[in-house]
Design a protein around this ligand. Structure first.
Ligand SMILES: Nc1ncnc2c1ncn2[C@@H]1O[C@H](COP(=O)(O)OP(=O)(O)OP(=O)(O)O)[C@@H](O)[C@H]1O
Ligand SMILES: [Mg+2]
Length: 345
């Protein structure tokens, strides 16, 4: 469990994290969302004692990070994948971590196997691609077999198989009763992975709720109906006191009435329907709705923004929109092994 109470961080005048109070619970995957610059990485760094809070506290299973003996056996983290000594081999990098944290040598080969890097164990990590570096970072996080795991944008640079693998890895870790806290801008992935969400904007807590409630509370759900006899359908709905909005392309949108009731009503009046579909917004839509006001770094469509527009050269581009929502036929967790190398050889 990770507990934050009033956690606050200023960098000079810049308030990066603003009185965050929330608890990350074991047994579930908790997603950590927020626009660029919202304070996610800063919060995670403070959890790991890599940054000092200006005020407030963060506790890992009731203890401050500094009170943890052999911290990697309590909390594992992937923050910056490329933050490794490039001259060391993957195995040596992990061995150094193991030795300084009282972890058995044998664990190095185990975690390399878990992340699918066994065949490049002796290669220097400076030659690793981004995806391979991510895998090495994940191996380091798993090394101490910790109960608490933090992943800051772990799917960054991973190929589709790697993304699928890490999704299942996180779900399995949570199913084993561990605390899993993960940030990502890939909403479609988050929708498939996280059970609970913590959302921040400009350092402030905006939501701390289940995935289902988050989407429900921050988006509109309605039923779409299409009939070859649209006018008669409109009359039937009107007589039943139901408000329907014609949205072009022959569709009607109805808020606040279950699809079952609408279908029965159409059947009673022998009305043919070509569509009767409940529409639930995606996580991406709900997220954009909630955080629209707190987005600091906006990109502009079309030509590059001229200098006189007053935007800093550091203005960043938000992540590419992804279609969200639970994909049909989501694959079942298949275990830990990724065996990335074997599949490609
Ligand atoms: N070491 C630092 N020195 C000064 N300012 C910093 C430092 N680290 C972060 N910041 C500022 O703190 C704010 C929060 O940054 P942070 O990296 O935590 O955001 P984030 O939510 O992780 O963003 P992203 O989604 O882009 O990774 C930003 O305004 C950033 O510029
Ligand atoms: Mg970040």
């Amino acid at each position: 469990m990770i507990e934050l109470v009033g956690l606050t961080k200023y960098y000079g005048d810049k308030l990066a994290v603003d009185h965050l109070t929330f608890t990350v619970r074991p047994g579930i995957v908790t997603g950590f969302l927020g626009p660029n610059g919202a304070g996610k990485s800063t919060t995670m760094r403070m959890m790991l004692d890599l940054d000092n809070p200006t005020s407030g506290t963060v506790r890992i299973d009731g203890k401050h990070y500094r009170q943890l003996q052999d911290p990697l056996t309590y909390i594992g983290a992937l923050l910056e994948a490329k933050a490794v000594h490039g001259g060391r081999s993957a195995a040596n990098h992990l061995l150094c971590l193991a030795q300084s944290n009282g972890i058995a040598r044998s664990r190095v080969a185990e975690v390399l196997d878990m992340v699918g890097l066994s065949t490049v164990a002796k290669k220097r990590s400076k030659g690793f691609s981004l995806g391979m570096a991510q895998r090495l970072g994940i191996a380091a996080a798993l090394l101490g077999d910790p109960q608490v795991l933090l992943f800051d944008e772990p799917v960054n640079g991973l190929d589709p198989e790697g993304i699928h693998w890490i999704r299942n890895l996180m779900k399995n870790l949570a199913a084993q009763g561990r605390t899993v806290f993960v940030s990502s801008h890939l909403m479609s992935e988050m929708a498939l992975t996280a059970d609970h969400l913590v959302v921040i904007g400009q350092g402030r807590l905006m939501a701390d709720t289940s995935m289902k409630d988050f989407i429900h509370q921050n988006s509109r759900s309605y039923v779409r109906m299409r009939s070859p006899e649209q006018q008669r359908l409109l009359d039937v709905l009107h007589t039943a006191g139901i408000n329907a909005v014609a949205v072009g392309n022959g569709s009607l949108e109805i808020d606040g009435v279950p699809a079952d009731r609408l279908g029965e009503l159409a059947a009673e009046h022998r009305l043919a329907l070509h569509e009767l579909s409940p529409q639930q917004a995606s996580l991406e839509e709900a997220f954009m709705q909630l955080t629209a006001e707190s987005v600091e770094y906006h990109a502009h469509d079309g030509d590059p923004v001229p200098a006189q527009a007053g935007l800093s050269p550091h203005t960043r581009t938000p992540a590419e929109p992804q279609s969200a929502g639970a994909a049909p036929g989501e694959p079942q967790p298949t275990g830990w092994g990724a065996d990335w190398q074997r599949k490609r050889s």
